[in-house]
Ligand binder design. Structure first.
Ligand code: PAF
Length: 283
């Protein structure tokens, strides 16, 4: 498997692939790969001749320096895992911070038409400017035909679609379903940092989302929200940061249920110092 750490080298390689008219998929990751990432890579391999997997823990999207420092970095095992999917058609690009930011490790400021102010945007200062900066940079360097993102970060997916639209970037953005452990916990690189008692407790998050979905069929959004908040008040280990039901397109919190709109419930929970997010389609 080819592993690149320098922009110039990957650009040369990409140009050679493009000259052969090969199609290119991009799967941006921060590493610590799990089955959810592998599903994205497999989907990308179905639709493209070659797939670039970027592995880069992007400092500008962290508002918490401790979270950045503790973020798992497992390049060797990530490569081993990717080899199980394809030894020939995956290219890894794992640049250094210097290679990506050239000594100027700051975000560009974006206007995502308000998508950036909801949910994660309220709780993670500057997060989406950091995500926008790095994803735009990867799209400009790799110039993929298609790029793949998981729906676990549903707001991020919406923001990247907006980024591509606003900057007229010629790429198709594809969202992939949330991949879950057999107990329902949404797969995340952060799960590896959960202490055993928190790991055992964490599937509660998806249980609550599923029941909230049932309640949404018969109850008002406010009543569902109240019910969810009460469930977490009673929980010994998990601390709810937010639960809300929003319009799946605008991401604005629901005001009045409408039959013609599509809704989704979003949740962020602390399991000790590990922040977990999840979401579910409601209708
Ligand atoms: O979802 C992630 O892992 C990151 O936010 C991304 C898209 C790779 C940008 O750093």
């Amino acid at each position: 498997m080819e592993v690149y750490t320098e922009k110039q080298q990957i650009v040369t390689k990409i140009n050679a692939l493009k000259a052969k008219k090969l199609s290119l998929g991009l799967v941006p990751t921060m590493g610590a790969l799990h089955e959810g990432h592998l599903q994205l890579v497999k989907k990308a391999l179905e639709n493209n001749n070659k797939v670039v997997v970027t592995i880069f823990v992007n400092p500008t999207q962290f508002d918490n320096q401790e979270d950045l420092a503790k973020y798992p970095r497992t390049l060797d095992s990530d490569i081993t895992l990717l080899k199980t999917v394809s030894k020939t058609n995956i290219l890894v690009y794992a640049p250094s911070v210097q290679d990506m930011y050239e000594g100027h490790t700051v975000s560009q400021k974006f206007d995502f038409d308000g998508l950036e102010f909801e949910m994660e945007g309220k709780f993670r200062n500057g997060h989406f400017d950091g995500v926008g900066t790095i994803v735009k940079r990867f799209l400009e360097i790799i110039k993929p035909d298609n790029a793949y993102f998981g729906e676990k970060d549903f707001q991020q997916l919406a923001i990247i679609k907006k980024l591509v639209e606003k900057y007229h970037i010629p790429v198709t953005i594809l969202g992939c379903k949330i991949h879950r452990e057999s107990n329902g916990l949404a797969m995340s690189s952060r799960n590896t940092r959960l202490k055993p008692n928190y790991k055992a407790a964490a599937p509660f998050i998806y249980e609550i989302l599923k029941t909230a979905k049932e309640h949404f069929g018969t109850k008002s959004a406010n009543k569902v929200q109240e019910w969810v908040e009460n469930q977490f008040k009673k929980h010994d280990l998990l601390k709810l940061e937010y639960f809300l039901i929003a319009d799946a397109e605008t991401l604005k919190p629901i005001k009045q249920k409408s039959n013609i709109k599509v809704y989704r419930a979003f949740i962020a929970v602390y399991a000790d110092d590990i922040r977990l997010i999840d979401n579910i389609a409601l209708n």
